[in-house]
Design a protein around this ligand. Structure first.
Ligand SMILES: [Zn+2]
Length: 378
């Protein structure tokens, strides 16, 4: 058995526990064993992380892993280890017709914990040039519900892209089918992509239920969250009051800094901040989840809220609170350690705007299931 691990003297920031102070973190048998000042060191491999920020292993609530069998996808272990991501949620790369393959060839072979939303389109995201819902028969609610039940250990909900170019003239019917599939699979959530939506956003939001997730809510294409005079629309605030969650899901084309700044200035923070990482996005503006988090830090969100949006809140959104996204003793021993660097850093959005930042989260070390997974080379 590998030795127990002790991360000593870092600044622990765990929003799930309302905690921000200098503490040691002890990990044993894959679990957080203890959190405290000057914990006993005997029998532990000790790593000094003083001066660094220690947070729960990050949960990327929307990214893409199905490399080689969908149009999107990254080599998850390589990118997650070096960015503090210990839980990776696939945002609908596979549908009922392809999920078995994603399970066998990706999910079961990855060290990072991967969970998934199943695309309502049976073909998933195999060929984006056409769009998975232009042929509506692919939106097979019965097949999606069956596959979601069969893979209930890994499938968290149903994904649907309600973008004009994706649904053709089907309007909101794909979303209705996704909700039907989620309900018939046993009360699962729906994740809906709203960039350039095929119906007014507020109409779309009225269909959503508490716990459903709006992806890409800060996009700059087509009907969005801002109404007259740049105010967050009443229907958007009303959806949040009902328990609908708003996720960033940055991706190659879904974050617009002026929209994000307006939302943040009006106190409409993202519930969750995810990367929507794809191979194209990793190479260009998205880069990774810590870069995405750093953008929101520089847009004016406090550090605690930024960390909460990639730990405690996504854990709750997927029904794993207490187990993931926290350093509470007994939780999975997934830990991410960062340097909070100060300097001059430029960030880009999807629409050609730049942001001159002064702070950034630089990954230093990642622990997965109580074992050192990655550490920045000296
Ligand atoms: Zn996506």
């Amino acid at each position: 058995m590998p030795p127990a691990l002790l991360l000593a003297g870092g600044e622990v920031l765990d929003p799930a526990q309302g905690l921000r102070q200098r503490l040691d973190v002890a990990c044993c048998d894959g679990r957080v064993a203890a959190l405290g000042r000057d914990l006993p060191r005997d029998g532990h491999e000790v790593i000094d992380v003083s001066g660094k920020l220690v947070v729960p292993g990050l949960i990327d609530q929307h990214a893409h892993c199905f490399i080689g069998a969908s149009d999107l996808g990254v080599r998850t272990d390589e990118i997650c280890a070096s960015t503090g991501v210990t839980t990776f949620i696939d945002g609908g790369s596979a549908g009922a017709g392809t999920f078995e393959g994603m399970r066998e060839f990706i999910l079961s072979r990855s060290r990072v914990r991967i969970l998934a939303f199943l695309n309502i389109s049976a073909v998933g995201l195999t060929y984006l040039e056409v769009g998975e819902l232009n042929h509506l028969a692919y939106a097979d609610a019965d097949a999606a519900a069956r596959v979601a039940r069969e893979h209930r250990d890994l499938i968290l909900g149903i994904k649907v892209r309600q973008q004009k170019e994706v649904v053709g003239d089907a309007g909101l019917e794909p979303l209705r089918r996704a909700i039907r599939a989620a309900e018939s699979a046993g009360g699962l959530r729906v994740m809906v992509h709203v960039t350039n939506p095929a119906a007014p956003l507020e109409d779309l939001l009225t269909l959503l239920r508490p716990g459903d997730i709006v992806s890409h809510f800060l996009h700059g294409r087509g009907d969005g969250i801002l109404g007259e005079k740049g105010k967050v629309k009443a229907g958007v605030r009303e959806a949040r009051r009902r328990g609908v969650l708003f996720d960033v899901a940055h991706g190659r084309s879904h974050v617009n800094f002026p929209v994000a700044r307006a939302a943040i200035e009006q106190g409409f923070f993202p519930d969750t901040i995810s990367s929507d990482l794809t191979s194209g996005g990793a190479a260009r503006i998205v880069k990774d989840l810590p870069t995405t988090l750093s953008k929101f830090l520089n847009l004016g969100m406090p550090l605690e809220d930024v960390v909460r949006a990639a730990t405690a809140t996504p854990a709750r959104a997927i029904g794993r609170e207490g187990e993931l996204g926290t350093l509470k003793p007994g939780a999975a021993a997934d830990v991410a350690v960062f340097d909070l660097e100060e300097g001059a850093f430029d960030f880009e959005d999807a629409d050609g705007h730049t942001l001159a930042g002064r702070r950034r989260l630089a990954p230093y070390l990642t622990v997965k299931d109580g074992q050192l997974w990655w550490r920045r080379a000296p």
